[in-house]
Design a binder for this molecule. Sequence first.
Ligand SMILES: Cc1cc2nc3c(=O)[nH]c(=O)nc-3n(C[C@H](O)[C@H](O)[C@H](O)COP(=O)(O)OP(=O)(O)OC[C@H]3O[C@@H](n4cnc5c(N)ncnc54)[C@H](O)[C@@H]3O)c2cc1C
Length: 435
Amino acid sequence: MSQSPTTNDEYWDVIVVGAGAAGLLAAARLAELGKRTLLLEKNRKPGVKILISGGTRCNLTHDCDERGIIAAFGSAGRFLHSPLAALGPRELVALFEAEGVKTYVEHGTGKIFPLSDRAVDVVDALVRRLKRSGATLALDEAVTDVARDTTDDDAGFRIITSRRTLTCEKLLIASGGKSYPGCGTTGDGYRWLAEMGHTIRPPRPALVPLTSDEAWVRDLTGIALPDVLVRVIDPLATDPRAARRRGLPPTVMIERRSALLFTHFGLSGPAALDVSREVTKVTNPRALHLAVDCLPDVAAAALDERLQQAATADGRRQIIGTFDEFFPRRIAEAIFRQAGVPADRRGAELSKTERPALVQAAKGLEIRVSGSRGYAKAEVTAGGVALDEVDSRTMESKLVPNLYLAGEVLDFDGYIGGFNFQAAFSTAWLAAASM
Ligand SMILES: Cc1cc2nc3c(=O)[nH]c(=O)nc-3n(C[C@H](O)[C@H](O)[C@H](O)COP(=O)(O)OP(=O)(O)OC[C@H]3O[C@@H](n4cnc5c(N)ncnc54)[C@H](O)[C@@H]3O)c2cc1C
């Protein structure tokens, strides 16, 4: 049994801050490994964000191997090799199935959900395991300050909460990011970690719907394009090295092929959310635009030929009908408008310059964005604790011994699809094993 190095304070082997995905799993594992563990959560309930995740279905992880998870995190993916070796997607599914949560892979998306489609089952499973482990969960107790305890050489940390002062030998910060602040995630961890010397890469909303001022975009509210390629274009970007790193042309910041949804404020759906991290990165998002390839499976030359054939086959027919098999007429009308071609243009009237203009608009429909819907609607936070200051083999801080980090508080953010929970669980599992 651990002894308190200071009097009066309550002493723990390990304190975990934040009973979200990472904190719940880490605390259970720590207690299973014999550590006297206290898990502190400011909310009255644990796992609040899990409950609302995946439209209350909780997309736990993705049907792929470790490499697939790593690829969903861009350059930050490298940091996840060891965490995923400790707990990969297959092991995560097995862990939940062992706890009675059967899962299924959603057809066509690769997303893994509980068979019940109930996020609450995921939280219940984590809480069940936590209870069995013997860890102590303190709810409705916000951590207000964290500091290294300097009263003793190896005294660990002093934690001030809304109720008491605590000390511990080892500390795991799993306080999440800043998105959906109503879930308790208000970026508290960044301040403590910065005070302890860590670099906080500027947090910003990610996986967030995008706004547009363009009336024609809002006029398309309710229309969903199930399979498009969305590119974020910065016309002024010229850095060839950055472009090589991205593996894209210099002006293309990111591209994602998925579904796109037009809404009353702009754009949503997985494609918009996945590229949003690049829009929120810049101070002036109006300098960027999206280029939407509405026909990613049809090469420009093939589309050009198709339009030419349609025009010659029946000169009286309106050329806009050629697009009917691909998407709703209103999208075709937007393409015609952007190409500067009247929507009622007949085959016989289609000029030599109009055809390539239509191909260009269909393969790169330009949408000006004005920004994002901010943290209130962001599924994750990009930015956070600099990854080069954390040992990815253990999740221990390289700057502060006995300080560990897991989950979204770290500077990584993945695509839609269960990748973010996987990263939170994997980093938590590895931290617990290393502490
Ligand atoms: C609407 C929505 C839907 C989502 N859907 C999915 C999905 O289906 N699949 C997926 O992979 N990801 C999804 N995500 C992202 C996913 O929820 C997060 O990536 C994940 O929860 C991060 O886990 P975490 O443990 O690091 O942080 P969190 O789960 O955010 O947990 C952090 C916890 O720390 C607590 N905390 C913060 N500050 C303090 C403090 N001062 N004192 C005490 N406690 C504190 C918070 O209250 C919170 O409970 C979704 C996110 C949102 C908002």
